[in-house]
Write a new protein. Structure first.
Length: 121
RNA sequence: AGAGUCGGCUGAGCAGUCGCUGUUUUAUCGCAAGAUAGAAUGGAGGAAAGUCCGGGCUCCACUGGGCAGGGUGCCAGGUAACGCCUGGGAGGUGUAAACCUACGGAAAGUGCCACAGAAAAUAUACCGCCAUCGUCUUGUAAAAGACGAGGGUAAGGGUGAAAAGGUGCGGUAAGAGCGCACCGCGCAACUGGUAACAGGGGCGGCAUGGUAAACCCCACCCGGAGCAAGAUCAAAUAGAGGAAUAUACGCGUGGCCCGCGCGGUUCCUGGGUAGAUUGCUUGAGCUGCAAGGUGACUUGCAGCCUAGAUGAAUGGCUGCUCUCGACAGAACCCGGCUUAUAGGCCGACUUUUUCU
């Protein structure tokens, strides 16, 4: 068994507007009170993630940053449970008051759910 | 020791580990651009915030001009500039240290001033006060009283936020700057001060209610848009440029008017949207020392380089310590202002009590 590399290089991120558009156009959804996640199959072996934290929902820049970091960190740790899918994470209002631990638990469920959903489609 | 005023500083720390990102460097691959791996080193704030002012920078408009519009408003200085800062003056608050002030003009004009009140800016006579005249009553008379008439009065009452200088003495029929003293106000000069202004004396019997964050007047200042500015490289697709011609109409140019430009047609040339790169951090920079200045600040010398992301980094986990951690996240860059903020530290000063 080879040693796993838990890094988070740019190739694991969604960057271009077109890539985001692709996910939004035909997604598999997974929602709870903190997040809405959208996902589609991609042509890559590795999963990719993009963040869409609306200023309208999370007003303070500090809180936005905290949520983004939590999502990125969770994705970094869990990346090897997923295959080649593109994911966009949208924050909901309740994410503002939640503790980092609550967010982490929620996200871990989401990743697994999306993998199984995408495998069936 | 208590209470308080002002100014400044700080904004949890340490270790391990897994990540992100800039720079430098080494190795490998590659013609190159670059990619991958390793190492070293840097990586949010005092407000990074609100976007309220002022600049730099960039493009557009520059032939100016007029009319609008906006801003500022005691004086002097500082500054790239400011609505900021410093010093000073005036007024106000506080025992004091200190703090606060949208602090030009109301005898250029216009408007507004509710209710109450007789009257609210051309002053006015409701009650009251005063003498005069007429009639009546009482009285021997002098005179007193009642009623009425046309007058004189702003001292008293009452209304009001405000009643046309205030207080006192004289004066008077009663009163009144009618006269005088003090205070206030105004005027011209003098003295001190760069000035705002202050000062003491003189003259004037007093004329000018408030409101200019009401219009307005006066003085001074202001072109527009913003890094998604702009520049470069550039798929797909023909919306772009130049020349000639036309100037009726439409559109644009800072809001309008002059003025100016563009749109039409013909011919010629090729172009620059998605995306990428750049702009992007060496700057009115920071630190120290010296000099000048009451100070804001300026000058000189020496040293230093201190975030630069772009779906957007500066974090996660574990352990330990303490006073158990507030407000809060750079997005072109500076100077201010304003607002938010758990605590902790330092300095100067005021005042009260006790002790010496």
């Amino acid at each position: 068994m080879t040693e796993l590399n838990y890094s988070f290089p740019p190739k694991l991120r969604l960057k271009k507007a077109a890539e985001f558009k692709n996910v939004f156009s035909n997604p598999v959804k997974s929602t709870d009170r903190y997040f809405t996640l959208l996902a589609t199959q991609s042509d890559f072996d590795n999963p990719r993630v993009g963040l869409a934290i609306a200023k309208k929902i999370i007003r303070k820049a500090v809180h936005r940053n905290v949520i983004k970091r939590t999502i990125r960190e969770s994705f970094r740790i869990q990346q090897y449970t997923m295959t080649g899918i593109d994911i966009v994470v949208l924050a909901r209002k309740d994410a503002l008051g939640a503790s980092p631990d609550e967010l982490r638990l929620s996200l871990e469920k989401h990743w697994l759910k999306l993998v199984s959903k995408c495998a069936s489609c």
